[in-house]
Ligand binder design. Sequence first.
Ligand code: PLP
Length: 386
Amino acid sequence: MSLKKDSLVIHGGIDGDATTGAVNIPIYQTSTFKQDGLGETRGWEYSRTGNPTRAALEKLIADLEGGEYGLAFASGLAAISTVLSLFKAGDKIVVSNNIYGGTFRILDNVFKNFDITYTIVDTSNLEETEAAINDEVKAVYVESPANPLLTVTDIEAVAKIAHKAGKLLIVDNTFLTPYLQRPLLLGADIVLHSGTKYLGGHSDTVSGLVVVKDKELADRLYYLQNAIGGVLAPWDSFLIIRGIKTLGVRMERHVKNAEKIATWLYESGYADRVYYPGLKTDSGYEIQNKQADGAGAMISFVLNERYDFKEFFKHLEIVTLAESLGGVESLACHPASMTHAAIPENIRKEVGIVDELIRLSVGIEDADDLIDDLEQAITASAKERA
Ligand SMILES: *Cc1c(COP(=O)(O)O)cnc(C)c1O
């Protein structure tokens, strides 16, 4: 039976335990498996190579993304570094100008040492993206919406550009999850996630996931997963499966809250700019609407200069000042000094990551409580009392 996404999150992958009837996949907390004779395994040998709990998660994420093959890793960056290990010295990757800081770091300080290099482009600009592709380039790497200005890239259009030149398209789908966006169906070759964020959903597990459609690509990635060894542990695989069961209800509430808060911020006069591709005024709105079922729950805004952004963070009561995103609780972060501090100041300002920029990961609390908290923290941070 072909299931719709709200059923798939609960019954996708391997639904329950065939041996005992347990409705949940057991945590196979074992490093190795008995062989009944030389070369006679029951399908499992050693847990780096394969573990039934991890395999259930791998099948589940493949089903959700509309792909064929899933792989689970110990973190988003373990997933990303395994994917980047597909390339060899002399290869080049075209990357979005606002990719996750850790992805930039591993390209710039690790893979560059192996002569796998990168070119940064604005992938929301299709001409610029196409112009950056040459013989050395082997892949285009995109996040949409991207961090922290929620820039939207037309995934289908970039897939066409990449494929015309015989290159791979890799999409980091962390911000939207397959509940809202399925890049493989838009033409991407590899989709990857930090499962630490919305998929786990409770800020309690670090993990990474990769999904592909193509068998040959999958075989190469399974080989690298086993060879490099950054696999997700059975217990953590269980936690991500458990998180995904409520992905549908969580994402619906996340998006509803984010839409309400973005609209309020836009109309409030407290913010000079609001970045949220769910707002009709946002430059990414149309493409976002075309390629996804919602704009997600990440919002960035520029606090008006009448307010002191450092004070604002101090006065928050429910919203927590912290790195990360995608959990049930709302978080606020200061990109210029936290997530994007590694970017030189002049470049940061040029792309719009000003000191007054505040990024919210909108949780699933009552939206009015969140608005009240933001408003009291903003008014308490006024530089001059009225
Ligand atoms: C957090 C994050 C990562 C890295 O994932 P970890 O689980 O922290 O290793 C990669 N991409 C995006 C978009 C992220 O938000």
